[in-house]
Design a protein around this ligand. Structure first.
Ligand code: SAM
Length: 283
């Protein structure tokens, strides 16, 4: 297959820099540049877009994003061993790659990027869910990003796109379904990565809705679905007790049965409850 750029193959780059993968940083690298370009294309036309990439590692996906025409890429990488490699990529794409040696949980991307913004990342498994929840639950909507194109372990991807009533349905599906359209756009076998993880992976594409499907305060909704699904076998009056001592009354006001379990409650029902709880708190 044709090379996507004039930079050396990733296997050579990794060997030259002695970049051994670290489990503690969730490092499973993609070395096939045709595959990373294909993942970049799942984000749509990037030519008029800035891109936030979390965890570029040795830069396979970064190269895919730049080769596919991203206007600018902000790559946030915690592992300083990757910086010399990323600098070489930046030199091949002058003015289009900004590299930050930082923890992505600590950075405000709006200080570096212009709208429209897409987020594209092969996420480290240890912070992937936390980042997704943060991207879905800012206080104001629409968010700074138009779409998220994210690689997860397949089981997590399935939880994000899960239908109500299915086993995988829970907090991630509720939050994703509340403010975005989410679908799985690619599945990848373990062998696509170095080192190969034990499980399959999948890319999820989430497109931000112009407004949430139902009104609700993001923080309250997130607390409710987290508590409700944390103890999913329990009745809501028990699993949500930590949210408010008056939870039983709030459930009734929201039109829900205190004896129902979280998995029996629709997105609309959770949003109604979030409105009641939030109104009570802000009185
Ligand atoms: N994008 C590369 C690829 O596809 O080959 C690497 C993906 S690897 C699954 C995840 C990357 O995220 C690693 O390079 C790791 O060092 C980095 N990382 C882990 N935790 C991070 C954090 N909190 N902030 C920024 N980067 C992080």
């Amino acid at each position: 297959m044709a090379a996507i750029d004039n930079l050396p193959p990733l296997r050579e780059v990794i060997a030259e820099h002695g970049l051994s993968a670290r489990k503690s940083l969730g490092q499973n690298f993609l070395l096939d540049l045709n595959l990373t370009a294909k993942i970049a294309r799942q984000a749509g036309d990037l030519s008029g877009c800035d891109v936030l990439e979390v965890g570029p590692g040795p830069g396979g996906l970064t190269r895919g994003l730049l080769a596919e025409g991203a206007r600018k890429v902000l790559a946030i990488e915690k592992d300083s061993r990757c910086l010399p490699i990323l600098d070489q990529i930046g030199a091949a794409y002058p003015g289009r790659l900004e590299i930050l040696n930082a923890d992505a949980l600590e950075v405000d991307p709006l200080a570096y990027l212009e709208r429209p913004i897409s987020v594209v990342a092969n996420l480290p498994y240890n912070v992937g869910t936390e980042l997704l929840v943060r991207w879905l639950t800012p206080a104001n909507w629409p968010p700074y990003w138009d779409s998220l194109t994210l690689m997860f372990q397949r089981e997590v991807a399935q939880r994000i796109v899960a239908e109500p009533g299915s086993k995988a349905y829970g907090r991630l599906a509720l939050l994703a379904g509340w403010r975005a359209d989410a679908r799985i756009v690619m599945e990848l076998p373990p062998e696509a990565f170095v080192p190969a993880p034990k499980v399959k992976s999948a890319v999820v594409h989430l497109k931000a809705l112009p407004e949430p499907r139902f009104p609700a305060d993001a923080k309250t909704l997130n607390q409710l679905v987290a508590a409700g699904f944390n103890q999913r076998r329990k009745m809501l009056r028990a699993s949500l007790k930590s949210i408010s001592p008056d939870i039983e009354a709030h459930l009734v006001t929201a039109g829900l049965k205190p004896t129902d379990r979280a998995e029996q409650i629709s997105l609309e029902g959770f949003c109604a409850l979030a409105r009641v709880v939030h109104a009570h708190r802000t009185g």
